[in-house]
Write a protein that binds this ligand. Structure first.
Ligand SMILES: NC(=O)c1ccc[n+]([C@@H]2O[C@H](COP(=O)([O-])OP(=O)(O)OC[C@H]3O[C@@H](n4cnc5c(N)ncnc54)[C@H](OP(=O)(O)O)[C@@H]3O)[C@@H](O)[C@H]2O)c1
Length: 278
């Protein structure tokens, strides 16, 4: 396995670019953040995914700043629920920049739509302002359903460049991924490894792993990429961090991709975006 695999950049509908894979930080313990980010950057990751609600932006910012590659590392963060609304989102973005030690954010997402709160359109308008002022390169959303995306478009005339949603072998989110593709939105997958659960031991995954000489985790991440989805895997384990980065130099066959369909049973690992409030 190569120790350093630079991920290809993907051009978004906004004209901006993000790496094919991001490094997820939400489940890292505080003492794990610095070594994990150092290992991720050494393995080739160039986009680190965090959020105000993870309460780790300060340690993520410090971990990146401590690296010689700091200037090359992009950061994605998210607006948390209590900050929804125009003015509070502008303030929240500035607070995130301060915690991350950045004067500019590469990617800023609305973490959840919170339809029962019904402030996501104003929140999106604030992201547009931040982008227009040059403070953020790429604006997008997370956990938005097609009905929420449609409303953003109808009220503001712009589709988000990214929608980061729960997406893994046990919940392919086919309709949403197809809707995104039809509107130019790129899907990012959270919990792309289904949190490292049983799915990694399914016979179809193991068979593809044997044929390609790769690990089950690599096979699953490759499956995401081959269906046009950008995975956001998390690991605190240096060997897995490197393994999860090394997914650019092998291909799954069409029949292997099809063999995984039996796993798509619609299991949800996280909250329901229609009702979730934070
Ligand atoms: N937007 C949202 O609402 C939202 C929600 C949840 C998560 N996220 C983002 O998505 C990221 C990833 O999600 P996640 O942490 O829930 O799930 P995940 O990446 O699917 O799974 C992480 C788990 O899998 C294990 N693992 C990692 N690589 C592995 C491999 N190659 N083989 C076997 N097991 C492996 C990890 O263990 P070790 O760490 O022990 O190696 C960890 O327990 C988060 O960190 C966060 O950035 C976003």
């Amino acid at each position: 396995m190569s120790s350093m695999v630079r991920h290809p950049m993907v051009t978004l509908s906004s004209g901006t670019q993000v790496p094919m894979t991001s490094f997820g930080t939400s489940q890292l313990r505080p003492d794990e953040v610095r070594p994990a980010i150092a290992a991720a950057v050494a393995a080739g990751y160039r986009l680190v995914d965090t959020a105000a609600s993870y309460r780790n932006e300060i340690s993520v910012g410090e971990a990146i700043q401590a690296l010689p590659e700091a200037d090359e590392v992009m950061v994605s963060t998210k607006i948390r629920g209590p900050a929804h609304g125009y003015d509070s989102t502008i303030r929240a973005a500035h607070e995130s920049m301060e915690r991350l030690q950045r004067q500019h954010l590469d990617v800023l997402l609305i973490h959840w739509p919170l339809p029962t709160v019904d402030r996501y359109v104003d929140t999106w308008r604030a992201l547009q302002t931040l982008r227009d002022e040059g403070l953020v390169s790429t604006i997008g959303v997370s956990n938005f359903l097609p009905e929420h995306l449609q409303r953003l478009y109808e009220e503001t005339g712009e589709w988000p460049a990214l929608n980061q949603i729960e997406c893994h072998l046990q919940n392919w989110r086919r309709e949403e991924v197809a809707f995104h593709a039809s509107t130019g939105i790129r899907t990012q997958a959270w919990s792309p490894l289904a949190k490292g659960g049983d799915v990694l031991e399914h016979e179809a995954v193991l068979a593809a792993a044997r044929r390609t000489g790769r690990t089950p985790g690599q096979v699953v991440l490759r499956w995401h990429v081959q269906r046009g989805v950008l995975p956001v895997p998390k690991s605190a384990t240096p060997s897995r961090i490197a393994e999860n980065a090394a997914i650019t130099d092998f291909e799954l066959t069409d029949s292997e991709m099809t063999s995984f369909e039996v796993l798509d049973v619609g299991i949800w690992l996280g909250p329901d975006p229609r009702t979730h409030v934070e």
